[in-house]
Design a protein around this ligand. Sequence first.
Ligand code: MOS
Length: 732
Amino acid sequence: MQFDKPATTNPIDRLKVVGKPIPRIDGALKVTGQATYAYEWHDPEMHYAYGYPVGSAIAKGHVTSIDTAKAKAAPGVLAVLTTLDVGDLPKGKLNTAKLFGGSAVQHYHQAIAIVVAESFEQARSAAALIDIRYAVEPGAFDLRAEMGNAQTPDPSTEPDSAFGDFNAAFKAAPLTLDQEYTTPDHSHSMIEPHASIAAWEGEKVTVWTSSQMIDWWRTDLATTLGVEKDKVHLISPFIGGGFGGKLFLRADALLASLAAKAVGRPVKVTLPRPMVPNNTTHRPATIQRIRIGAEPDGRIVAIGHESWSGDLPGGGPEVAVMQTRLLYAGANRMTSMKLATLDLPEGNAMRAPGETPGLMALEIAIDEMAEKVGLDPVAFRIANDTQVDPEKPERPFSYRDLVGCLKTGAEAFGWDQRQSPGLRRQGNWLIGFGVAAAFRNNLVMPSGARVRLDRQGKVTVETDMTDIGTGSYTIIAQTAAEMMGVGIDEVTVKLGDSNFPVSAGSGGQFGANSATSGVYAACVKLREAVASKLGFNSGDAVFEDGKVRAGNRAVSLSEAAGDDGLVGEDTMEWGDLTETHQQSTFGAHFVEVGVDMATGETRIRRMLAVCAAGRILNPITARSQVIGAMTMGVGAALSEELSVDTRHGFFVNHDLAGYEVPVHADIPHQDVIFLDETDPYSSPMKAKGVGELGLCGVSAAVANAIYNATGIRVRDYPITLDKLIGELPDVA
Ligand code: MOS
C-alpha cells in the first residue's frame, strides 16, 4: 500500500482498541522471566560453547602479533580466533568502524580476539592469557583541539543552511546573544548488553541476538560472513533496550557466528559491560555556537547555530543544528556543521540523534535570550512560534501545536509561581523552575507485515518489527484487533524474526507509526481476502465483534477463515507527504529543581512533559516512553559523560559504576500530558512518535531550572557540583 494522500476516515478511527490504555501484552512474560533475551536462549540439546571477546588495548595502529598458546592450553578452551587469523573481512554497509578482522586498529576495545571454551568462566580466564603486541600510531582524540581541522561533512548530511542575511541582521539587532555550549559523549547504557548466540546448520547460520533493526543486521552480517542473505536467520523477539546502540550490526553477532563455525558448535557471546562503551557506538560530543538577534518586542530577527563534532574517518556529524532550522521564526538564519576526524570509538545515533544535544544548547540560549528581551521564557517561545518551515515558507507543518504544549504545561505546572533567579528558598535549598521546548521530526519507514486468520477466528501478526521495551507488541495487537474487529485477546503478535516480512524496525521514533501502518496495510489485504471469499463487496464489509457483515449477511471470522485460514500480507510505502508538509512532533518540558546552596547538589523535584505528537496509540506505553526519556534527559543534564582520555584515546568510565545514569530515587515525580491530536498526513494511523520527543529539551529545562534557582548559568554539560559551587557563596 502506498500512503500518498492524507488519510480519511478508516477502521482505526473507531478507536475501540487503538488509543486505549491497554497494559502491555508481553508484560506477564517479562515479569515472570519467560521473555527470553538473547543470551538466555537455552536448549539442552544444543551443547553450547561460550565465547569471551578481547578488545584492543590501543586506540590506533596495528596488531603485530597475538600469542594464543597459553590461552589454547588453558582448561576447557576449544579455540581462540584472532583478528589476524580471519584477515580483513568485508564491512557491512552501515558500520563506520570495522567490527573484527585484519591487523588495523581503528579504536580502543575494537574486538581483536575471541576465546571459546566449555564455560563462560573458562573463556574469560583464558582470555587473560593472550599476549598481544601492537604498533601504536598517534591519533586525534580531543574535539576541542581538532576544531580548527574540522571540515564540512558530506553534502548528503545537509551540513549548511542559510535564509535571508544572517550576518547583517545579527549585527543590526538591538538585542543579541552569542554563546558557546558543549555536550559530552554519551553512552546508551541500555540494561541488556549486546549478546548473541550463533548456530550453524550446514551453510545456514541462525543468530539469536538483541537487535533494533533485524533486516539491517541480517544484510550486514551476510556481507561480512560472505554468505547469501537467505543463509542468515536472525531471531530477536525481546530486547532489553537499545537507544540506538543496537541499530547496526555489532561485534557480538559476528564473533558468535565466526566462533560457532570454528568450533562446530553453537556459541554464546556477550560483550562484557566494561567493553560496551568503547567497543560499540556512542553519542558524539558537540561544541555549539548559537547567535540570536531580537527586537525589543521579543521577535527573533536572526538565528544562527553552528556545531562541531568528531567521528572516525568515513563517519558523519552529530546533526545538532537540525531543529534550529524549524523550531522558531526569524527572517534571517544560518546553520552549519563541521566534522573533525577523531580516533575515538564510532560516534553514531543515540536516542534523538541531533535534536538531543542540539536542544540541550538551543533551549538554554532561548532562555538566555528571553531574559535579555525581558519576556517570560514561555511567552518568548510563543512569540516566536511559526506555522511554516522558516527556511521554506511555502511549506507548512502538517500539524504543529507547540503553543498548546507550552500553555497547557504552564497552567498544569503552576508556572506563574516562578520567581526571579535565586529568590525562592526552602531551608538549604534554592528552588527553581525551568522550561524548554521539545521538538523531533517525524520520520516514516517502509514497513511490512503478514496477518493470518485461523479457524478459531484468531488473528496472528508476523513482522520483523522489534520491541525494544517500547510497547510494539501491544500497539501492533491493538491495530490488528481494530482492523479485524476482534478483541485484543484474539490477537497473537510475533516479532523480531527475519523469516517475517521486513518492517521499519525500532529507531528514530519511527517504529510505532510505521510498523502499525504496515500492519494496517496487511489487514486491509486480509479484509479483502475475507470479503472476496464470502462474495462481499470489500468496501461494504464491516468487521465487528468477531464477525464480518455486509447488507443483511453476517458471518463469523472463524467460519470465513475455514479450515485453511486466510492470510494478508503487505508493506506500507510512503509517498511525498513528508516533502510537501513538514512532519514533526512537539512538546514542552517543565522542571522544578532544588540546588543545595552549600554543596551545589541538584535534585529534581518534579517534572512535567506535554506532548503533541499525533494520535497516541496507547497512553500507557506512550507515557512509559516519555517518562523514560525524561529520566534520560535528567542524566544528560546532571551526570552522564563519557570521560575521554585524550592521551590514549578511550572512554575512561566505561561501565555503569563510572558512567552515572539516574535511578528511581533521583526522579521523585513525573507527569505526562498528551494533547489530543490526529495528524492525517502522518499515516492511516494518524500517529507519530514520542520515544525520542520525550528526551528532546529535557536537559535544557533542567539547566534553566538550575539558573532560575541559583542565577548561575552553566553552558557545559553535565551540570555537576563543581560547575556550581564556585559561584554559590555569592548566591547564598
Ligand atoms: Mo534511535 S537513536 O534511531 O534508536
